[in-house]
Design a protein. Structure first.
Length: 193
């Protein structure tokens, strides 16, 4: 893939490069990539996340399977009593008010059984690294066990938890995603932003 040369390459870190086969383009948001993959015209594109970018314009890319953009990831923070879990839930919401997450996310406080409660965070799988880093940055720590992953999401749903509280977190975004006609018209531009 021949990556277009960009100025200020560092601003592209965390965005995506797309290989269309005959051309390539850099600077897509995750939402834009997901929309392209859902279309018939672009369903076979190859997607790369811009992992690192350097002052000389070079970029380190990490291949991202297209299925990733259709999956839901989850992280689960367990507690043995409702008071502890509720405190963890409220603290996460408070921290998210101070520092928005890197993607939209749903947070639930749930009862698994009489001795197990969880604070569950659900988000698009393509944001796994960013959500993990965000949780570290905001210093979100709990006393109980923690688990995460795509398979853990299905495990959670299979347990049919009782949802006690639920909230939607809104994302911080450095870029407004293109949608619809604008996105598809500009998709093959070498540089998106």
């Amino acid at each position: 893939m021949n990556i277009p040369k960009v100025k200020d390459a560092k601003k592209y870190t965390g965005l995506y490069a797309v290989d269309f086969g005959d051309t390539s383009s850099v600077g897509f948001t995750a939402e834009e990539v997901a929309a392209l993959l859902e279309s018939e015209e672009f369903s076979d594109i190859k997607v790369y996340k811009i992992h690192m970018a350097y002052p000389d314009g070079k970029m380190e890319l990490k291949g991202v399977p297209s299925e990733t953009f259709q999956l839901e990831m989850g992280m689960f923070f367990y507690a043995s009593d409702v008071d502890t879990a509720s405190s963890d839930y409220e603290r996460l919401l408070s921290l998210a008010d101070d520092t928005l997450p890197p993607s939209r996310a749903k947070v639930q406080l749930a009862k698994i059984d009489d001795d197990n409660f969880t604070v569950a965070i659900f988000f698009p799988a393509e944001y796994n690294d960013e959500i993990s880093a965000w949780l570290i940055d905001i210093d979100y720590n709990t006393k109980g066990a923690a688990a995460g992953g795509i398979s853990q999401v299905q495990n959670y749903y299979d347990q049919n938890p009782e949802i006690i509280k639920s909230s939607q977190l809104h994302a911080q975004s450095a870029y407004k995603s293109k949608t619809g006609e604008e996105l598809f018209k500009d998709a093959r531009l070498a540089i998106q932003r």
